[in-house]
Design a binder for this molecule. Structure first.
Ligand SMILES: [Zn+2]
Length: 132
């Protein structure tokens, strides 16, 4: 099950990061999921809940953003949204020499930590300056 292994990988990485920064919990995890990555967002959300049970990530909100697939044609330098099902021949010149620019990524874009770390990190004391 594709989504389950992805969810486990995400939870594992967030857990490791949480341990590193001694975060007591995780508020939310923001993911960028490429349209062509073959991931069903609802299925990933379901697997994420299972995967994070009993870990420091438990209760975190999973926010997924779908990144549209885009491709670029080498001969004519045109680019277009690939869509689903993907359009893989250049719509302008019909060339097959196509480079996928985006759409296959799976990225952890942002993690919001619970506890003191959520308050924007360490606060630096404001320097006191005298105005002349
Ligand atoms: Zn073209």
């Amino acid at each position: 099950m594709h989504e389950m292994s992805l969810a486990l990988a995400v939870v594992d990485q967030v857990e490791t990061a949480a341990r590193g920064r001694r975060a007591p919990g995780v508020l939310s995890v923001r993911l960028d999921v490429g349209e062509l990555a073959g991931v069903v967002a609802e299925s990933l959300a379901f697997c994420f809940e299972l995967a994070c049970a009993g870990t420091v990530v438990e209760g975190a909100e999973l926010i997924t953003r779908t990144v549209p697939g885009t491709a670029r044609c080498e001969p004519c330098a045109g680019d277009w949204d690939v869509g689903m099902p993907p359009q893989l021949l250049c719509p302008r010149c019909g060339a097959a020499a196509v480079e996928l620019v985006s759409g296959r990524e799976l990225l952890i874009r942002e993690v919001r930590w619970a506890g003191p770390a959520a308050a924007g990190g360490p606060r630096r004391p404001q320097p006191i300056t005298e105005e002349n």
